[in-house]
Design a binder for this molecule. Sequence first.
Ligand code: ADP
Ligand code: MG
Length: 737
Amino acid sequence: MSSPRNEARRAAMSRQPRTFDAPRLPDGHRSPVSTYYGRHVLDLLKLREKLPRETYQSLLSTLRSGTPLTREVAESVASAAREWAVSHGATHFTHWFQPMTGLTAEKHDAFVDLNITMSGEARVLEKLSGSQLWQSEPDASSFPSGGMRSTFEARGYTAWDPSVPMFLVESANGRTLCIPSAYISYHGDSLDQKTPLLRSNEVLSKHATAFLKLLGDVDVKHVSATLGVEQEYFLVDRAQFTLRPDLTLTEKTLLGASSPRHQQFEDHYFGSIPPRVIAFMEELEFELYRLGIPIKTRHNEVAPMQFEMAPIFEDANLGNDHNVLAMDIARKVALRHDFVCLFHEKPYAGINGSGKHCNWSMSTDRGENLLDPGKTPHQNLRFLAFLAVCLKAVRDRSVALRVAVSGANNDLRLGANEAPPAILSVFVGEQLTSILERMIAGEAAKDPEHFVLEMGVAKLPALAKDNTDRNRTSPFAFTGNKFEFRAVGSSANCAVPMSVLNTAAASALAEMTERLQKKLVAKGANRDVAVAELLREVFTETASVRFEGNGYSDEWKAEAEKRGLPNLADTPAALAAAKKAKANQFMVEMGVLSEAEVDARFNIAIERYLKQVTLEAETLAEMVTTQVIPAAEKQLAITDAAARALAGTAGRKDSPYGKRVKALADAVEAALTGVESLQAKLQDVHGSHDELKACVRLGSEVRPLMAEVRAAADTIETLVEDELWPLPKYREMLFVK
Ligand code: ADP
Ligand code: MG
């Protein structure tokens, strides 16, 4: 029978892996990646060739030591960028930025310009001036500002971030030069995700450098946060996606009965990658390599049709821009393969959702990883000191970190026994635990040199290898030479959690520096004794945040409560707790956000939650009313007719027929009354002027009602004749590859 759903199924089944025009060697093999890697990036190597020597040097000194950029340098870079871009087929340029919509934004301008000569003739030429490179003024009134920039004074401007190279984005018929930018209001308030990340990197660098000086690393000039993002995503066939209003509007299936096969066979993870999918990955990676994004791994994830990509880590700002760009390109390339790429944290009920593990560390300008246990006793002690910094950061700022990973979608994942719980704890592994416990017990303080030596030579270098026991249930896990922040959701902009984490570390460093200074004064010259004493104190103070056990268990919830660790189950709870405890005040004290910016971000988070859950509820109500109930009505008519034909049988409630009619009728009634109460509840919630309260009610009253409506709809799905069901089913979306 021909129906849209059958056609979609047929289309999905008959698709072939797409090939694309990859660069090839004369013998037909694909060219090595190194021959086209970064081709679409205006990196420093290319700029060095194009810029006068002094201009290039002064750009370098801006990038390396933050000396202010001059107009002359901007003018010169603009001209080089224009020449490079135009010679590569670009017709337009755009400031590329990350407003608080969760997406990227761009406003294109053509290079083309008219030059009027002395004699009044118009000459057409391509142009990009220094000031056009430097800043641009998008019509800002339609981006979220959390109340900082009311629509009548809509001025906001984007400002070039020279620390990330410009790049070319290709579309079907042309190319555009993208200028990575920050987005700020006329008064200098940040309206984006990038600015706080940049500020937090600076603050982290400042405090880490000062702390390192006290530890004896006097020639470190700069410390940067490093970031490597493991990005999970789902693919769904485009034809099926289009037939589902819920996927189209919310990227999530709001209803859909579980297929008897879900992930119980555990056969997808690391399994053979389906041919259509690997064809997509290959084209995606090609695009990303040209953009200088160092994608390293690709594999199937745990859930069916779920996959992951991860790059080689980079400086946090660059790594974050690259992740945001990779998501954008992945969406576009997926469409060419007739897939839709879903970054939603929980597109399907009953199977794992998607996260974005942020692998994070700190590195000196000499390239030393500060969370690498190292080889010498000094490196070991420094490693332990930075480990203490991380423990303190998470212990002291757990609410802010919890808010930074919150959101209506991630709520469906965190704490659902597939992802880390909402309680923020730190996993360090057995071996480190025993070292920390010994330090707490005082062994280190008695004889620090010996202790460090013993650890250094015998134990710590083995850590990286030994630390393979992965605790998947921990939201923040040490994995040998970095931390893995696992609570971050797949659709998140990592700049949000990373700026909080950097600032939390900076604030821990500031306090530890001060305490160490006092000890050094008091103790005279023995630095190792002072450091060991400080570490002993910090490890003791932060013992409550360390947890090595099963984060999914109920015992942990009880234990965490005893330890005083917050368990903020959903976004409204996290936001309310943050407001009450002024959890982000430290960001203000550290100079990363102003009070107004903290408030604005809070308002935006509330607004997004309100809009998201409301959209989901309204979409669900509409689907049930216009798709589920009509299918049930058709089925009831058929069943009823059949029952009449078998007169007498149907009347008996306990006959199989009677049960079928009743089950269907009950489910229809439950769905209809459910939708009615859902709509009434929504109206009621939105009548309230207190938006935070409205959020709390959306989480605690509306979402449970949605679950009831869904349960009824899913029951109907299992009772209605397959041919009558209008929506692609789970089994079709997840198992037809
Ligand atoms: P695993 O699979 O053991 O978690 P991988 O080596 O696959 O580890 O790393 C996962 C991610 O962590 C990759 O993106 C990797 O580049 C990144 N990573 C490795 N070292 C660091 C570091 N020092 N700082 C930030 N990210 C890192
Ligand atoms: Mg990992």
